[in-house]
Every structure is written in C-alpha cells, then in structure tokens.
Design a protein around this ligand. Structure first.
Ligand code: INI
Length: 190
C-alpha cells in the first residue's frame, strides 16, 4: 500500500502564480496579504524580486478563470491561486458572477492537470467579507496552504501518470479514482 499526500515543507523549488481580481480590492488586497504571509512562512519567496511567485491582476472575479486557465496551461507553475471577492447585495448578478467563476476555476484545473485553487470569497455583506479577510481570520492563508498541499501532492502523482510514464515500467495506468483525495493506492498493483 502507498499513501500519497501533500506537504508544506518541500516548497523550495515550487513556482506559483497568483491571479487577483481588483473588484472589491479592499478585500482581495487583504486576501493577498494573508496568502503571501502563509507562503512566506512556508519557505516561499514572495518578494517583488521573487522567481517563485508571479502576480497577475485582472478587473474582477469574472476574468480570473480565463487567466488562470492560460497560466495553468503554460505549465510554468506548480499551482495557480485565484483570489477574488464576490459580495451579494452589491450587484443583482452576484449569482451569475459567483457561478461562472467557480465553474471556470474548476474547469481550468481539470483541463490542465494543474492545481487551480478556488480562493474566491463569497459573502452576503461587506462586513462578512472583511471578517474572513483579516478581521477575524484570513482565508488567504488557507488558500496558500491548499496550493502548497496540492502542488507537492501533484509532484508525487505526476510520475505515475500514463502520459508521463517515468519509472512505472509495465504497470497499468492509475484508475481515475486514484486521483481523488483520500484514496490510498495499492502499490503492488500499480
Ligand atoms: N466582480 C467581483 O470580483 N466581485 C463582485 O462582487 C462583482 N460584482 O458584484 O459585480 C464583480 N463584478 C465585476 C466582474 O467580475 C467583471 O469584472 C465585470 O463584469 C467585467 O467583465
């Protein structure tokens, strides 16, 4: 049996992209700060001179998936972190923006095989958003941790995949279920 899981320590050579929506930048700026804080404390250089992290600003959450998809498709990055804030009440099209951005971010990950982290804060009010963006806790930190965990996990999974068959000999490709979180693999079978 083999158990695969990501970690927060093998971060030295990870490359990350962060896509940030300017809309509601009072909130997204705070999410970015929390995200950078989490990355920095786990060994990632987040400075302006960084060769590990690149930042991409877009007008709003709706534009995030397109850029995230392009960046993931470039395979320059081990993970793409998407940051945005969609607040109900500020717009009648809250539901449209929220639905499209969540579907788009999920699609970007599925289509490219690169972890694309859903760091879009949805809230009913500005107050609620503020509380999750630094006043009580900062969700940006959690998004950073998800990126590190997924990036380090995918580095372990990648050599096992049939299209990237380094070192797996004549063993059959992994079943799709094996790529789901929490599944343990029988290493004698694969
Ligand atoms: N963009 C957001 O990131 N959050 C919102 O709450 C929001 N609202 O409320 O409208 C929002 N709208 C802008 C949208 O993301 C696009 O940038 C815009 O529609 C242009 O395509």
């Amino acid at each position: 049996m083999a158990v695969y899981e990501g970690n927060f320590v093998q971060t030295g050579d990870l490359r990350l992209a962060i896509v940030i929506g300017r809309f509601n930048d009072l909130i997204t700026g705070k999410l970015l700060e929390g995200c950078q804080d989490g990355l920095k404390r786990h060994g990632i250089d987040v400075s302006p001179e960084s060769k590990q992290v690149d930042y991409y600003w877009v007008p709003g959450s709706f534009e995030v998936p397109l850029v995230a998809h392009q960046l993931a498709q470039s395979h320059r990055y081990d993970a793409v972190i998407c940051l945005g804030a969609v607040i109900r009440g500020q717009t009648p099209h809250f539901d449209y923006v929220a639905a499209e951005v969540s579907k788009g971010i999920a699609a970007a990950g599925f289509r490219t095989g690169v972890p694309v982290i859903f760091g879009i804060l949805t809230a009913d009010t500005l107050q609620q958003a503020l509380e999750r963006a630094g006043v009580k806790s900062n969700k940006g930190w959690e998004y950073a941790m998800s990126a590190l965990e997924m990036a380090t996990l995918m580095r372990q999974i990648s050599p096992l995949l049939s299209h990237n068959n380094r070192g797996s000999g004549s063993r059959p490709p992994l079943p799709t279920e094996a790529l789901q979180a929490g599944v343990t693999l029988d290493s004698t079978a694969y």
